[in-house]
Design a protein. Sequence first.
Length: 246
Amino acid sequence: MLYLRTKEATGWSKKTETPIGGKILRALPNANPDYDTRMHLVLEWLTEFDDDGIPCREIGLDGEGVPVLAGPDDRNYGFWLDTNMTFKDFTGNETVTKERFEEQWSKFQGFRPSPWEYVAEVQELREPINRHTLGIVLVTVPVILGALALGVLGSSRATVSWALVVVALFGGIGGWAHPPRRSLRPKAALAGVVIAVGALVASAWYLEWRGGDRKIRFGHEFVLPIVVGGLPGTVLYVWLMRRRSR
């Protein structure tokens, strides 16, 4: 067995754009699902090769030398294993001992996601709309419009029913759109419904307490009732995500 330390294929952005060309083949989207949110943390690789120079195992280390990913395993094929690179293709890199590799391999704690890996990245200035922004818009805008509609049309059973249905529908869609991981979207949709309905009830009450929509001078007044009313759904979202991480 051969063991190599290299800084090639590091410096990835959070959008997982490949930083180098050459002989590296771009990994298939589903080849390493747990790598996607961690590749940008990798500043150094430790790679194990067999006697023919073919990659066998790999460890990605961050700037402090802490393992942030390792493969292959039952879910991830491995980055270097999914390329046509062999040991002889690496030049100017440092070899390491088997003991050093095994020590880092044993330190890796597995792909237990942090809570932040369950939410989409915050929208950057001038960046095309992403899941984070889309999810929030789909939840909050119908809530505000629904509260205003109830204030104008009254709180008859039919009006309230229609408002609840529409807001719950968009809340579910917004919740579904928010998390990057597909496996989490049904749970996020449920939480989105709870957030939206709770926010509608709180916003409608706040609007009535303020004396109607004409008393609302600034749109950001709706932030407080939306946050308070959506708190139970937000707690549900966090709970569902933490259940997934166990």
